[in-house]
Design a protein around this ligand. Structure first.
Ligand code: DHB
Ligand code: FE
Length: 284
């Protein structure tokens, strides 16, 4: 059977992708950011998954304001890195896993979550920057990736509680796939940041670290955070953090199993306009 073995959480700042692509990782500004992922790159080699289920948000790249799915699952065989205005990032093409993705779509929709099925989509920094942070600059990504896009850009956005419950449904779906696959689920975006308006530049270290604590030890409490608290405390783009709850809801302890092992925890400010947070949780 397929099994979720671990969850990974990380910010997705586009300037991090540019720093990597332009060979700036050893510059004084960027060095501490990338250092936080040295452990993670080795961990990825030691815990190579068969498939990554990657929860991310599109930034008006694949979906414009003409069409805004709340939850969209990629069932395609491949996805091109998007041109976000400066040309596509020089990163490998993303290969999907249509068979597992279609199974998850079937199961999760039957569990009463309305997913949009996406058979063609370009993937922006929301997806490619987490892959770069965790995998470095390989010739090819280490395994197929199922992109799962969440609307956190245009109101109304889904609640943290709904995302957490969706994670539980995704876990059930993976558990019922009858091939032996080691699946990781990644929740990306965040942490505190606001890109526009009078509060542009907002960072809230206390909120971010309390969120990391809750996510590890008390995910129920994290799922209770109302969306207005994210916006008030973590800034308008801090709402990206609800995506982390999808990954957390898919872990063993939420389904009555053992608490996860914290393999890695990292937090750093600043990276562009964003507080960078990162966790690796292993099912034991
Ligand atoms: C930045 C952060 C984001 O999440 C994003 O989507 C774009 C820009 C930033 O920090 O600059
Ligand atoms: Fe973003």
């Amino acid at each position: 059977m397929a099994r979720i073995t671990a969850s990974v959480y990380t910010s997705h700042v586009p300037a991090i992708g540019a720093a990597l692509d332009l060979g700036k990782t050893q510059e004084a500004y960027w060095q501490p950011v990338f250092k936080g992922y040295d452990f993670s790159k080795q961990w990825m080699k030691d815990h190579k998954p068969d498939v990554i289920f990657l929860v991310f948000n599109d930034h008006a790249t694949a979906f414009s304001l003409e069409m805004i799915p709340t939850f969209a699952i990629g069932t395609a065989a491949e996805y091109q890195p998007a041109d976000e205005g400066w040309g596509p990032r020089p990163v490998p093409k993303v290969y999907g896993h249509p068979e597992l993705a279609s199974h998850i779509a079937q199961s999760v929709i039957q569990q009463d979550f309305d997913l949009t099925i996406v058979n063609k989509m370009d993937v922006d920094h929301g997806l490619t920057v987490p892959l770069s942070l965790m995998c470095g600059q390989p010739e090819a990504w280490p395994c197929p990736v199922i992109p799962f896009a969440v609307n956190v850009v245009q109101y109304p956005v889904p609640s943290g509680r709904r995302c957490y419950n969706l994670g539980k449904a995704i876990r059930k779906a993976v558990d019922s796939f009858d091939k032996d696959l080691n699946v990781q689920i990644w929740g990306t975006g965040g942490m505190s940041h606001q890109l526009q308006g009078p509060r542009a530049g907002l960072i809230n270290k206390a909120f971010d670290n309390a969120f990391l604590d809750k996510l590890i030890d008390n995910p129920e409490a994290a799922a209770d955070i109302p969306h207005i608290d994210y916006v008030r405390e973590a800034g308008s783009e801090g709402i990206e953090l609800v995506m982390w709850l999808i990954a957390r809801g898919a872990m063993d302890d939420v389904a009555g199993g053992k608490p996860p092992k914290v393999a890695h925890r990292f937090y750093h400010v600043p990276a562009s306009n964003t507080a960078v947070g990162h966790l690796i949780l292993e099912n034991t």
